[in-house]
Design a binder for this molecule. Structure first.
Ligand code: KG4
Ligand code: ZN
Length: 353
């Protein structure tokens, strides 16, 4: 026997994800469909367009995850689905699919908070990430520092007072005319490799505020002003820039990234100190969410954690960005503890689905 099987479904933003994970922690099958073309065409996520893409993809993605796992719907023990936070039009597509499967096979439903899924996935990929641990969640919409005390039990140490770091990466990438096909963050990280991180003298946000909150709006603005003052046009794609223009953009990207990551370091250092006064058994910093796939973020935070004798755990990049596996695994964590909802009623009317 290979443990019970939980199907996870994620549709909170622009990725349609599904996966089957066993209660003994094996990823049996996964599938993902992303909206890269729409994203680069519109420069961001447009809710009703994203919703119709989810509608087109959801049946195929779930079928693919099940096929990859070589199981059928009837082999499942529970269905987990992201219920928020996210775009409600998009969330609805996943929730409806999950309810249909759960209803048809009389399976419990496991409602999942998107950020909890990002946080818990570290316990799937790495052994011995035990509670309590500190987790930094960095994505397009969120910038959170939490003390994870147990499943469903999180103490918020800090959050953003304005923008999230991923949003600042995306915005800056757009202003620099980078290719957004795989998202602004990865594009900016790549071009920054060619740049001088000390080219711009940017101030690190919130240095005088002795808390664990974040702010990226000011940095975003500082960088925007210097892009404008250098007469860089976002409409001139980086691929058509002269080598001087390309260097200038790389220097700005590298400078932005240096300060953006420095801000993460500042706040994480303080959060670890704070968390250990609450519970000295904290021994690990988990970093998850899309921005956690950034190599500079990983190496800087690794140095920081090393210096205080703790451990850094970053899930592999494909599990840091939105995916079905993290939802299935969060489902397993809830399912094992009995934190589940009953199957939807058989006669559930269409309009509440
Ligand atoms: O977690 P995620 O896939 O979706 C949200 O829940 O928001 O995170 C997406 C965000 C985007 O802002 C994207 O630009 C950023 O994560 N991101 C990165 C990198 N890969 C993704 N930011 C910086 N460097 C990267 N390598
Ligand atoms: Zn996410």
């Amino acid at each position: 026997r290979r443990g019970d099987l939980v199907l996870g479904i994620e549709t909170s933003c622009d990725d349609t994800g599904a996966a089957v994970v066993s209660t003994d922690g094996r990823i049996l099958g996964e599938a993902l469909s992303s909206q890269a073309d729409l994203l680069s065409q519109w420069g961001g996520v447009v809710p009703n367009l994203a919703q119709s893409e989810h509608f087109k993809a959801i049946d195929r993605v779930v079928a693919e995850a099940l096929a990859n796992a070589q199981v059928q719907e009837s082999d499942l023990s529970a269905v987990a689905v992201t219920i928020g936070p996210g775009l409600s039009l998009c969330l609805r597509v996943g929730v409806r699919k999950a309810r249909d499967i759960a209803r048809a096979h009389r399976l419990p439903l496991v409602p999942i908070h998107h950020m909890e899924a990002h946080a818990l996935v570290a316990r799937l990929t790495e052994e011995a990430v035990n509670f309590p641990f500190v987790v930094l969640l960095v994505s397009g919409g969120h910038n959170l520092l939490l003390l994870a005390q147990d499943v469903g039990q999180y103490l918020q140490l800090g959050t953003t007072v304005d923008d999230a770091i991923g949003e600042a990466y995306d915005k800056t990438a757009r202003l620099l005319g980078l290719n957004l096909k795989h998202g602004g963050g990865p594009a900016l990280e790549e071009i920054a490799l060619e740049g001088d991180p000390n080219f711009l003298n940017l101030s690190v946000p919130m240095r005088s505020q002795k808390n664990c909150n974040f702010s990226y709006a000011g940095l975003k603005n500082q960088v925007r002003l210097s892009i404008e003052s250098q007469n860089i046009s976002p409409d001139l794609p980086i691929s058509e820039a002269t080598s001087e223009e390309r260097q200038l953009r790389a220097d700005i990207a590298a400078s932005f990234q240096r300060v953006a990551v420095q801000h993460l370091e500042d706040r994480c250092r303080r959060a670890l100190e704070w968390a250990r006064t609450i519970d000295p058994s904290v021994d690990c910093l988990v970093v998850s969410g899309g921005v956690a796939s950034n190599k500079v973020v990983r190496s800087k935070l690794n140095n920081l954690v090393d210096a205080v004798g703790l451990r850094l755990v970053c899930p592999p990049p494909r599990l840091c960005t939105d995916n079905g596996v993290m939802v299935a695994w969060a489902g397993v964590e809830h399912y094992k503890r009995g934190i589940i909802d009953p199957p939807p009623p058989v006669d559930e009317p269409d309009d509440v689905r």
